[in-house]
Design a binder for this molecule. Sequence first.
Ligand code: GDP
Length: 425
Amino acid sequence: MATTSLDLARVRNIGIMAHIDAGKTTTTERILYYTGMSYKIGEVHDGAATTDWMEQEQERGITITSAAVTCHWSLDDVDNTINIIDTPGHVDFTVEVERSLRVLDGAVTVFDGVAGVEPQSETVWRQADRYGVPRICFVNKLDRTGADFFRCVDMIVDRLGATPLVMQLPIGAEAGFKGVVDLVRMKALVWSEETKLGEMYDVVDIPADLQDQAEEWHGKLVEGVAENDEEIMELYLEGEEPSPEQLTAAIRRVTLASTGAEGSITVTPVFCGTAFKNKGVQPLLDAVVRYLPSPLDVEAVEGHSPRDAEQVILRKPSEEEPLAALAFKIASDPHLGKLTFIRIYSGVLTAGAQVQNSVKEKKERIGKIYRMHANKREEIDRVGAGDIVAVMGLKQTTTGETLCDPGNPVILESMDFPAPVIEVA
Ligand code: GDP
């Protein structure tokens, strides 16, 4: 059984948000597939096994019904844990949407490359603003007739009022779409003509006919970052070119600072591809790790004393702090029965521990703790701050309630339900 603590800097708790049909399910499935491959959870080695595995998953519908799925992605030879939290994005502000947004730290917004920014894209964008969620964008379906990456980028400005940082240029269009230019590293990532699921791209020099365009957009990217980051601005003013590492670090800073707060402009890195045709998802995973927050990047969570709603209590994402966790979803698992999905904000939770439900003022015994992967569940005996797991054995706890150290009670979710946000036409 796994007992080690996670390196919190290597954890990403993310949601994938989209207008219906933009490709959220396909993108999520591809992410689970690629991450499963990189981590070798399943016995997936060749094309046939792959398809079987995907079909099985589809039958069980785990990507759709599991409230949170854990996967692993290795970047520069370092392993990262990514918890994907299911966000029911097609509905406006319901308690369920609120809770799923509350437990994630960053988001990937998926757009249909033909339709661009659609009404529900605006809805999910406002939801992410409301919860201060930094986000990156993925313009999907670039293989479709009529797909237009730059029109979508313009719509991100016009409809969402955001500042997009164009991170990639598409290579080829529609049926001829075959890859992207990475505008940070100034390399072309090219997939083969008929990419199989799981196939890696080749990293090659930027094609000669795209060289000028790539230089131009690289310049725009550096300018866009400089406008929002002092370090890059200084280099820019001195006429110095930032290194890819400097640019990456600055884009991370700028993205993390873009929490959609009232009156501020959301700066968002924009990527592209076609999830269905298996092009663009691996670089998107790199971007999740590079640009979206870890639990350590998020401020201490705020709660209040159960005795006095006015008494604010802060809990930092540290295992040294007393336990504070939020139950955000209750699910019925076909094999395990009732599972309660929780996010641990501070402290450590161990299997068998007695904890306090501070809302109901009742003690609860934690049963088994599971990390839910796409194709297996992993029983663990402890889980620390910043992580998301499913637990068995909770009898009285419902969603929105706090589980905490009996000696240090805190209530995390405030009871006042936020007012709905008016849709911008
Ligand atoms: P969701 O409603 O956002 O979860 O969208 P889905 O992932 O279910 O996709 C909606 C439809 O678009 C499905 O028929 C997918 O096969 C298709 N689709 C998803 N991604 C792509 C893509 O990159 N290219 C094309 N041509 N079709 C796609």
